[in-house]
Design a binder for this molecule. Sequence first.
Ligand code: UDP
Length: 423
Amino acid sequence: MNSRTERRIALISVHGDPAIEIGKEEAGGQNVYVRNVGEALADLGWQVDMFTRRVSEEQAEIVQHKENCRTIRFSAGPLEFIPRDNLYIHLPEFVEHFLAFQKENGYTYPLIHTNYWLSSWVGMQLKKIQGSQQVHTYHSLGAVKYNTVKTIPLIATTRLATEKELLETAQRVVATSPQEKEHMRSLVSTKGNIDIIPCGTDIHRFGCVDRQTARAQLGIAEDAQVVMYVGRFDHRKGIETLVRAVAQSQFRDQGKLQLIIGGGSVPGQSDGIERDRIEGIVKELGMEDFTTFPGRLSQEILPYYYAAADVCVVPSHYEPFGLVAIEAMASYTPVVASDVGGLQFTVVDGETGLLAPPEDHDAFAIAIDKIISNPAWRNKLGEAARKRVENKFSWGGVASQLSDLYLQLLQPTFQEKAMLLSS
Ligand code: UDP
């Protein structure tokens, strides 16, 4: 087998370690995506190596997840957590480690799938140095993100230029929703090859427990009206909109309403400020007696929360995909989400949940109340949500679409075939 047809792939995720326990550290959708895509590709016969940055002495340099799938950590820059906006200067060292690793092991990766713009820079260097084929998933676009934040970081110019070069030069860019593709075209470049392959979720993990069992396990009353959020505490996630919406719910003073806001790091970490701010608003609006902050929820306990909830709310100002929405949907729970980005793709308004304009707490309040006031309709939305995820968003299905794309890119070109025949 020559190196172009070998089923060996490097998934690069410099700042999103696929091996860390999700929900325990500063980890979100990208970590979940890389880990699950990697494992599902290994099940399809790929040799999968996932490369990330090591952030402490305690972290193993290699973590074996299954026979053909492992995470490899390189020390680029100091062995400590560095916010992603400050990582760019350490990328050349990451590339050096990658090249040394290949040399030690006696092979070159013919195909590299990079994640987020930092890794895309690494991939572009490897493409130039050794001619690897590059596939890329953005996870977030600078051009969209900088429209939704108040302070633009210093790294913005570099990020925007890298994202443009990437789109114009990678063999293929994976958009996780038609909306993301549209943003790439209108805000980044009209050049380059884009395929739409969505994110996925574990349809066996999410949806494995029924509502009654989940509520019994979590100590939630059978007749409670449960509204939940889970995710990082980041201003962009719009948790304030949810809190203000629930504050004006018509069910608020009837004693059954419960608001669960899951996620968030230990005190002192970067999202602490947003968490304190949200707790302050809950206090100010007098909602403490029916609002809980259970902290980070592990992937093991999360299926119980989703199943116990009447509605899961995803109030992001912007969301390129939004894994939480499909996890809730897989758990038979309808979603009220902002009418933006990937959420317009996953949540079908009026069929699997409801969409509301971002940051519009009045509209969110109406949507949430509409679902909790009608349990039969709620159940119908939940059933349709589960079906949609089974049909479109399982990791197995996502990995098989990616695998087809990789195989297509690894096909010898016409000239290479001719050379092989004549040799
Ligand atoms: N997550 C988790 N526990 C938490 C908070 C989040 O396991 O306490 C997971 C969540 O289940 C989802 C991911 O983190 O798989 C968040 O992905 P999403 O795409 O919704 O948002 P991102 O973090 O990428 O902005």
